[in-house]
Design a protein around this ligand. Structure first.
Ligand SMILES: Nc1nc2c(ncn2[C@@H]2O[C@H](COP(=O)(O)OP(=O)(O)O)[C@@H](O)[C@H]2O)c(=O)[nH]1
Ligand SMILES: Nc1ncnc2c1ncn2[C@@H]1O[C@H](COP(=O)(O)OP(=O)(O)O)[C@@H](O)[C@H]1O
Length: 184
């Protein structure tokens, strides 16, 4: 059997990655979304094993040292990482796997999976990105400031990615992502 495609979706916090991925999974329930591990505390409503595997720092560092992550990065004061074994198992059965991760992690995946399809999601403008982060209402002022600071660095790296999609109109962005995922 042909191994499955690995799709990496990256872009600054608040650009709409999670929203886009949720819609994709509704349209195409066969896509497999990797569940990451993080040391960030759960937001209200987030579910262990569904949104993230929530770990304390020592447990995360132990898993990192044991090589259990395909990639990992520190972002806005917390660790995030992609568990290796689930991805390998899914790809081996021909499944298309989606990673929704930040820039450092996306760069690491490029090293280990050069054939991965890498998509950078851009906001219509920096002001709109800030508005989306604030209107989402999920992060403290400090967390928003850290995300915006990081966003400037991430946006400056968008050209490293072969596909760049502006998430202005959601449907238009979804169509563009689908073309990349399902093209041969
Ligand atoms: N490198 C890496 N980044 C991740 C992983 N999981 C999530 N992220 C990214 O970490 C950043 C912060 O995630 P989160 O705290 O959930 O905030 P949100 O994406 O703004 O809702 C986002 O850019 C996520 O895409 C992962 O496994 N590895
Ligand atoms: N195309 C869009 N137009 C307007 N608002 C959007 C669009 N896509 C996402 N949003 C909103 O922007 C906010 C951030 O989206 P989210 O998916 O949480 O971003 P990310 O996962 O990249 O941090 C959410 O409130 C979401 O509803």
């Amino acid at each position: 059997m042909q191994p499955g495609q690995l799709i990496v979706i990256t872009g600054p916090s608040g650009v709409g990655k999670g929203t886009l991925v949720r819609h994709l999974l509704t349209r195409f329930p066969n896509l497999y979304l990797s569940v990451s591990a993080t040391t960030r505390p759960p937001r209200p409503g987030e579910i262990e094993g569904e949104d993230y595997y929530f770990l304390d720092r020592p447990s995360f560092e132990e898993k990192m040292a044991a090589g259990e992550f395909l990639e990992s990065a520190e972002y806005a004061g917390n660790y995030y990482g992609t568990p290796q074994s689930a991805i390998a198992a899914q790809l081996a059965t021909g499944q298309t796997v989606i990673l929704e991760i930040e820039l450092e992690g996306a760069r690491q995946v490029c090293q280990s999976f050069p054939e991965a399809r890498r998509i950078f999601i851009l906001p219509p403008s920096f002001e709109e990105l800030e508005r989306r982060l604030r209107d989402r209402g999920k992060d403290s002022e400090i967390a928003i400031a850290r995300r915006l600071e990081r966003a400037r660095e991430e946006l400056a790296a968008s050209e490293e990615f072969p596909a760049q999609i502006v998430n202005d109109d959601l449907e238009t962005a979804l169509d563009a992502i689908e073309k990349i995922i399902f093209s041969r």
